[in-house]
Design a protein around this ligand. Structure first.
Ligand code: MN
Length: 205
């Protein structure tokens, strides 16, 4: 198990075939304002890859974009809506098809309102992840060891969580509705980018 750090693109051929876990770190929550700093990827085999983008980056990352846009690779996220918008805005690709563990959690763990990644990893896998570095300076010239570890841990557990949620969704008869939500997520992200971030267009008012 190792964390691999890369500048400006993923090397070719470093990922096993199949689903990949994806996360992003940015300068903040306002996507067009707050630049994309880091994309984290895991193929579920034990290693994590961190791709760092410098200030003023042209986001010329053909290997990363090809992997993210590959329709044959399911992309696993926790809160895909945010990552899809950041990837679409900065890298110009739609990183689908999607499985989102936050949506799967909301559709199955109806006994709680605690749907953070830390909560899921703790309850379902019995592991502990620190969220201490979540709000840190991802644009810093050098990322600290703590930042790299945190960034890697955000994709480390997603394959195992997805396996559990697939079983839970099937058990509760909600696989189809979950899939429909996942399929809609790239559109939801585009609505965020286009100015409908805070408005629910499905409500009457
Ligand atoms: Mn993260």
């Amino acid at each position: 198990m190792a964390v691999h750090f890369h500048e400006e693109d993923l090397p070719a051929g470093v990922l096993a075939p199949g689903a990949i876990a994806v996360d992003t770190e940015t300068m903040g929550l306002v996507t067009p304002r707050d630049r994309l700093c880091l994309v984290q990827i895991s193929d579920g085999q034990g290693d994590e890859h961190l791709v760092r983008f410098a200030p003023g980056s042209r986001f010329d990352a053909p290997n990363l974009k090809a992997v993210l846009a590959d329709p044959a690779r399911l992309k696993l996220y926790h809160f895909a809506r945010f990552d899809l918008a950041a990837i679409e805005h900065y890298l110009g690709v739609t990183a689908a098809p999607v499985f989102c563990t936050k949506i799967a959690s909301k559709l199955t763990r109806t006994y709680t309102d605690r749907h953070g990644l830390k909560n899921l990893v703790n309850e379902l896998l019995g592991e502990d992840i620190s969220k201490q570095q979540q709000s840190s300076d991802w644009g810093a010239p050098v990322l600290s060891e703590a930042q790299r570890d945190y960034a890697a841990s955000d994709v480390r557990f997603l394959h195992r969580l997805v396996a559990i949620f697939e079983a839970r969704l099937a058990r509760e008869g909600r696989t189809a509705v979950a899939q429909a939500c996942f399929d809609f997520l790239p559109t939801r992200a585009r609505l965020d980018l286009a100015g409908w971030a805070d408005q629910d267009i499905f409500t009457h008012d």
